[in-house]
Design a binder for this molecule. Structure first.
Ligand code: HEC
Length: 197
């Protein structure tokens, strides 16, 4: 067992407040700089170095205002095909049947917050793109092209009645979609402590 030296030292200093000038913590001779027990191997030999290609897949951020969205475009119509091929198995043929999360909202705030599907939950279409590109399809995240993501996000938005069936989505079009839940979120500017708003 590792001794909680820091805390013990703190307690001593507190008990003898005013009489202890300082508190010297000594490392035991066998302590490793990585904090692992002495018998642990230097390397565990699993994992692999992150290639530039894999880092690039994750190192993307799209801001609510659309900053960071890639070039390209995709139509709602193309998105229907992407959806049927890569999404319907988990989210259902019309985005409501599952077995996984519903993507199409009831459209009624009476059902909220139980109904947290795209139409009543996501505050920005831009970050829906970001999430879909990074995380979906869940069994092969990052496998869709940017055009396919534009298309399928457009299709999911159209299923929620938020863009027209003939719409073509690109960075400007996504940034201009006003999501119904936009004003249901507030910036979390708490500076500490459990304050509930
Ligand atoms: C293998 C199953 C699977 C496939 C295929 C899949 N998803 Fe998902 N999806 C999930 C699961 C599971 C979640 C919930 C993930 C979580 O909460 O962490 C999810 C969540 C989502 C969400 C967030 C829902 C919300 O509002 O909370 C969106 C949007 C989404 N998927 C879109 C897609 C799209 C678009 C595709 C096709 C390109 C797709 N998914 C393919 C399993 C899947």
């Amino acid at each position: 067992m590792r001794r909680p030296r820091g805390r013990l030292c703190g307690l001593l200093a507190f008990a003898a407040a005013g009489t202890l000038a300082g508190c010297v913590v000594e490392r035991p001779a066998d302590e490793r700089s990585d904090g692992l027990p002495p018998e642990a191997p230097a390397r565990f030999d699993f994992g692999r170095p992150a290639s530039d290609e894999r880092v690039a897949l994750w190192d993307v951020d799209v801001k609510p205002n659309g900053e960071g969205l890639p070039p390209g475009a995709g139509s709602v119509e193309e998105g229907r095909q992407v959806y049927d091929t890569y999404c319907a198995a988990c989210h259902g043929p019309s985005g409501t049947e599952g077995p996984n999360e519903r993507l199409v909202s009831s459209g009624s705030w009476d059902q909220w917050p139980a109904d947290r599907a795209v139409g009543l939950y996501w505050p920005y279409a831009t970050t829906l793109f970001d999430y879909t590109r990074k995380a979906m399809p869940q069994n092969a995240p990052g496998s869709l092209s940017d055009e396919q993501v534009y298309a399928v996000v457009g299709y999911v938005l159209s299923l929620n009645g938020l863009v027209a069936p003939e719409a073509v989505m690109d960075s400007a079009a996504l940034a201009s979609v006003r999501m119904p839940a936009r004003d249901r979120f507030v910036p979390d500017d708490r500076t500490g402590g459990p304050r509930i708003r």
